[in-house]
Write a protein that binds this ligand. Structure first.
Ligand code: AHG
Ligand code: MN
Ligand code: MN
Ligand code: MN
Length: 335
């Protein structure tokens, strides 16, 4: 550590977004206000995650969502926080949440031009063990002339205006892209602001880590099995390391910073894998591509998919360019 007082030249998420807005003369400030609402929800959820053990916020809520998963108390609380804050921002028209069966169409009095798709609390199975969890979001703009319908969110991920996540770990880390690279912010609890700590994140072209739930190996298709063999028993005698947290946010965060590959493939039991396209696959694919990596189903670019339903699933391989190209080779060979 250097001696002397701390630097006062800090860049907060708010000031960064404002300065980007000033560089776009036609910007109305709507997106800036929406991002302010999103970062406030992340602070609020972060506070609740950290107090969960003290406030009886651990454990199951006793209900289940449209995909048949048991909801945790924190899933429901985080979802309520997101919905209330996004509605109050006055900038949203349609909201799609993992925890709501149907898209929420915002009433005329609060309606804005943006649609937000989100996973309010990702990594639910890790909550009670105190392992990293997060919030994932993506933002679309309503089609010209639309007041906000399901069609406005059933669009390819490449059309998103913003994608990001906040990981609640040893600190709260907000990682976000508006289509000009990826920036990472760390929440300074003392001043309540996200500080720019990871400007212009670039994923290494090749990594040394693979991240799959190998407990599903019995059901994996041949290309995935052969790919995993190739990195565990390589000709050069240097196998990859395994890291799998089971919270997509945390596994993707590590992959962005360290490189390597994260996968949740389709298998003999789940035709489209497990992860949801709109609010897990798309935002993460967007961030990884913006950081210089790749995101594919094994056969097509994730961001090119045109969704047909809000909760549809998607097979995912994402991460370092060279590693994802390797897994693509195994899929081509088997086709
Ligand atoms: P969620 O907690 O939002 O339902 O998402 C869980 C997802 C994702 O976070 C993670 O990558 C994956 O489920 C883990 O699944 P397995 O437990 O099957 O490995
Ligand atoms: Mn869930
Ligand atoms: Mn999730
Ligand atoms: Mn979730």
């Amino acid at each position: 550590l250097e001696d002397g007082p701390p630097s006062t030249e800090i860049v907060t998420l708010t000031s960064h977004v404002l300065s980007q807005q000033q560089r776009h003369p036609i910007a109305t400030g709507d997106l800036t206000l929406l991002l302010t609402a999103i970062q406030t929800t992340c602070k609020f959820i972060s506070t609740n995650v950290r107090r969960a053990g003290l406030l009886n916020l651990m454990g199951a809520a006793g209900s289940s969502n449209v995909q048949g998963e048991d909801q945790k108390k924190l899933d429901i609380l985080s979802n309520d926080i997101m919905i209330n804050s996004l509605r109050a921002s006055g900038k949203c028209a349609v909201l799609v949440s993992e925890e709501n069966d149907d898209p929420i169409i915002i009433d005329a009095g609060h309606r804005g031009r943006y649609c937000v798709v989100f996973d309010p609390l990702d990594g639910s199975s890790n909550i009670d063990a105190g392992v990293n969890i997060g919030t994932i979001f993506g933002v679309y703009k309503c089609a010209e002339g639309s007041e906000g319908t399901l069609e406005d969110v059933l669009r390819p991920g490449s059309e998103m205006q913003v994608a990001g996540y906040c990981m609640y770990g040893s600190s709260a880390n907000l990682v976000i892209s508006t289509g000009q690279g990826v920036d990472g912010y760390t929440l300074d609890n003392g001043i309540g602001e996200f500080i720019l700590t990871h400007p212009n994140i670039r994923i290494p072209n090749r990594g040394k880590i693979y991240s799959f739930n190998e407990g599903n190996s019995l059901f994996f298709h041949e290309p995935v099995q052969k790919y995993l063999e190739s990195i565990k028993y390589p000709a050069n005698g240097k196998p990859y390391s395994a890291r799998y947290i089971g919270s997509m946010v945390a596994d993707v965060h590590r992959t962005l910073l360290y490189g390597g590959i994260f996968g949740y493939p389709s298998d003999k039991k789940s035709k489209d894998g497990k992860l949801r396209l709109l609010y897990e696959g798309f935002p993460m694919a967007y961030l990884v591509e913006q950081a210089g990596g790749l995101a594919t189903t094994g056969y097509e670019r994730i961001l090119d998919i045109k969704p047909t339903a809000p909760h549809q699933r998607v097979p995912v391989f994402l991460g370092s360019k060279d590693d994802v190209e390797d897994v693509l080779k195994f899929h081509k060979e088997s086709a």
